[in-house]
Design a protein around this ligand. Structure first.
Ligand code: FPP
Length: 253
């Protein structure tokens, strides 16, 4: 069982979220507002990634998960998809030393089989080069979808334990958890979506069960350390009940 399953235990909580998951939305609109091509917004989005990784590291966040490319983003114009891939490659090539200097371990989750050999090789080497770091685990979700994750976990579980197909009642959360793409991390405490939309868009649908959801109109390229602080201040004001009542929280027995 994962150490902090929100449905089977009451996870420990703290003033600073241990795990922050972000949908970085609004790059296209940021660029369009400035009469720039949408891709300019993605390029500026990488600057925001740098700022937010640093801000989260300084504030003691242990896991930061960023949704860089969803399973559904392939539906975008080919030119935009291609720019996003190139940006991903370039960022991996350029940023690894900085990540190591900041004590950041990089992991990439998603259906990586859809990427070309060069990108897959860079991902593997960046993961290996940062594997010894432990201050902050930065996960990039790329060609990721929450439904994909649940399905691949179920398939992997049944491949490893074919006998379970004949005893489906034996399949519980404990059995599935280790096969999920982010089994190494606790569930997110705080979810942030920039860009004004209020939806989860097939992000970590299993893991967001009891996550606090924060939405801001700020476009991702404009997101700064101050905005991280505002989101964390909002988070500190939340009462995390995990199914219990307020009265129970006030006088735990
Ligand atoms: C959503 O904005 C953003 C994306 C689909 C891509 C996010 C990618 C980056 C921030 C850069 C690459 C990241 C890494 C980690 C290398 P949108 O295009 O949907 O914006 P819109 O809603 O305004 O159109």
């Amino acid at each position: 069982m994962s150490p902090s399953s929100s449905t089977r235990t009451i996870p420990a909580t703290s003033q600073t979220p241990r795990h922050v998951a972000i949908i970085m939305d609004g790059n296209g609109r940021w660029a369009t507002q400035r009469h720039l091509p949408r891709t300019a917004g993605h390029i500026r989005g990488v600057h925001a990634v740098r700022r937010v990784v640093e801000a989260c590291g300084r504030r003691g966040v242990e896991y930061l998960t960023l949704f860089a490319f969803s399973s559904e983003n392939w539906r975008r114009p080919a030119q935009e998809v291609s720019l996003l891939m190139r940006l991903f490659v370039r960022t991996l090539e350029r940023e690894v030393d900085r990540l190591v200097a900041q004590g950041v371990r990089l992991r990439v989750v998603g259906d990586l089989g859809a990427f070309d050999d060069k990108l897959r090789g860079l991902i593997k080497s960046a993961e290996e080069r940062t594997a010894g770091q432990s201050a902050l685990t930065l996960t990039i979700a790329a060609n990721y979808g929450g439904r994909w994750d649940v399905l691949q976990a179920m398939r992997a579980l049944l491949t490893a334990h074919p006998e379970l197909a004949a005893q489906p009642e034996q399949i519980d959360e404990n059995a599935l958890d280790p096969w999920l793409a982010m089994s190494y991390a606790p569930e997110p405490d705080l979810f942030i979506r920039t860009g004004g939309e209020q939806r989860i868009s097939n992000f970590l649908i299993w893991q967001l069960a009891y996550t606090e959801l924060y939405f801001t109109d700020r476009y991702w390229p404009d997101f700064r350390a101050d905005d991280v602080d505002q989101a964390f201040a909002w988070y500190r004001g939340r009462e995390r009940r995990f199914g219990r009542t307020s009265a129970q929280l006030a006088s735990p027995t």
